[in-house]
Design a binder for this molecule. Structure first.
Ligand SMILES: [Fe+2]
Length: 336
C-alpha cells in the first residue's frame, strides 16, 4: 500500500485522528495477498488497534476467507460457546449475531435488544442510563481475548452501528496524577457477577451453579494495561463482570464477593471507571462505524473499548459474523 513495491491502489483514511483506519476498494483477492496482510497488520498496530476493510467484493466473502483474514490479527478461538452451536456458521468458529431467522422461524443468530442512538451525542456514555454499554470483552477470563473480528453480512438501512473508543489516547491525555492513580488499581472481574447482573433484568438468563462459581473465580486485570507488542498504555478493565476496583494486590473479603456475585450488585468502587467513561467516550476518542455489507473490522481489546447500538428490529434485518482472537499471532507479531 504505502511502499513502492506495492503501489497503492486502495484509499486509506483515518477514522478519528490517530485512531482507526479504513481501507477501501478491498477485494477478496487482497485478503489472501501476503503483502496486503502484513501491511494491514502493521497499520492495525500503529493506529490503536482498529482496522476496517471495505469493498463491494467483500459482500461475497466465504467463511474460510474470513477465517484466514482473521488469523492475520490473532489466533482464532476454535470452540463455540456451549448452547450457541445453532447460532454459528456450520463448520466454522464464527458466531452469527443479529435478528435473522431460519426457515422454521427459529433464530439463526444470537440476538440482544440494544437501544438505538437518537443522535451522535448518544455515543458518549450516559451515567444516568449507563448506555451505551461500553466495555472490553470477557475480562473475567484468565486470559481475556486480545480482540475480535466482525463482518457484516446484512446491514439495516439505519442504525446498528458499532462504537469504538481509543483508550490509549484517552489515557495519554489524562493528567499525570490521574494516570498514576489509575495505574495503582485493578479491576475484579467475575463471571458469576456478570451472569447475575443480566439475570436481574432477564430472569430466563441462567446464573452459575455453586460448582460453576467455584470453577470460575474472579480474574483481576490492571486498570492501566501496557500493550505487550506496542508498549503503549491504555485504560482497561470495564466489562459487565467488573464488580469492584481495588488497589493492586489487595485482598477482597468473601462476604463482599458473595454480595457482588449472588446479588449482581456492583461495588461503589466501579464508579472510578464509570465516572471516567463520559470522558473516555467523548468525540475526541470515539468512532461510530456504520456497517455496509462486506465490511470487516478488527479491533484490539487491549487498546479499545466498544459498544453495540440498536436498529429497527421489527422492520429491518441485520446479520453479523464474529470471530474471537485469543492471542497474538506469533508470525505476525514477530515483526512489530
Ligand atoms: Fe463486546
Amino acid at each position: 500500500m504505502s511502499s513502492n513495491k506495492h503501489p497503492m491502489k486502495h484509499s486509506i483514511s483515518t477514522l478519528n485522528g490517530k485512531f482507526g483506519l479504513k481501507i477501501e476498494e478491498v477485494t477478496r483477492k487482497d485478503l489472501c495477498d501476503e503483502a496486503f496482510k502484513a501491511e494491514a497488520y502493521n497499520l492495525w498496530m500503529k493506529n490503536g488497534g482498529l482496522l476496517a476493510v471495505r469493498g463491494a467484493d467483500l459482500a461475497n466473502v466465504l467463511p474460510e476467507e474470513l477465517l484466514a483474514w482473521s488469523e492475520v490479527f490473532g489466533i482464532v478461538e476454535q470452540k463455540t460457546q456451549t448452547g450457541r452451536e445453532d447460532k454459528t456458521v456450520p463448520g466454522f468458529p464464527i458466531l452469527r449475531i443479529g435478528n435473522v431467522k431460519r426457515k422454521d422461524g427459529k433464530p439463526s443468530a444470537q440476538f440482544a435488544i440494544v437501544p438505538q442512538l437518537k443522535d451522535d451525542t448518544d455515543i458518549r456514555y450516559n451515567p444516568e442510563t449507563r448506555r451505551p454499554v461500553w466495555h472490553t470483552d470477557s475480562t473475567f477470563r484468565k486470559k481475556p481475548p486480545i480482540g475480535s473480528v466482525f463482518h457484516c453480512k446484512i446491514a439495516p438501512p439505519k442504525g446498528g452501528a458499532t462504537l469504538f473508543s481509543d483508550m490509549r489516547t484517552a489515557y495519554e491525555r489524562l493528567d499525570t496524577e490521574k494516570q498514576q492513580d489509575l495505574a495503582n488499581l485493578e479491576a475484579v472481574c467475575s463471571l458469576a457477577h456478570h451472569d447475575k447482573k443480566i439475570n436481574a433484568y432477564s430472569p430466563e438468563y441462567p446464573v452459575l451453579t455453586p460448582e460453576q462459581r467455584d470453577e470460575n473465580p474472579p480474574n483481576r486485570v490492571p486498570l492501566v494495561l501496557k500493550h505487550p507488542l506496542t508498549g503503549e498504555v491504555a485504560v482497561y478493565g470495564l466489562n459487565s463482570s467488573t464488580c469492584a476496583i481495588v488497589p493492586i494486590g489487595q485482598q477482597i473479603k468473601q462476604s463482599d464477593l458473595d454480595h457482588w456475585d449472588l446479588e449482581g450488585i456492583e461495588d461503589e468502587s466501579v464508579l472510578i471507571l464509570r465516572d471516567l467513561l463520559p470522558y473516555l467516550t467523548g468525540p475526541e476518542f470515539s468512532v461510530k462505524w456504520d456497517w455496509q455489507p462486506g465490511d470487516i473490522v478488527a479491533w484490539d481489546n487491549r487498546s479499545t473499548i466498544h459498544a453495540a447500538t440498536g436498529f429497527d428490529y421489527e422492520h429491518n434485518k441485520r446479520e453479523m459474523w464474529r470471530l474471537t482472537l485469543n492471542e497474538d499471532n506469533p508470525s505476525m507479531s514477530a515483526n512489530i
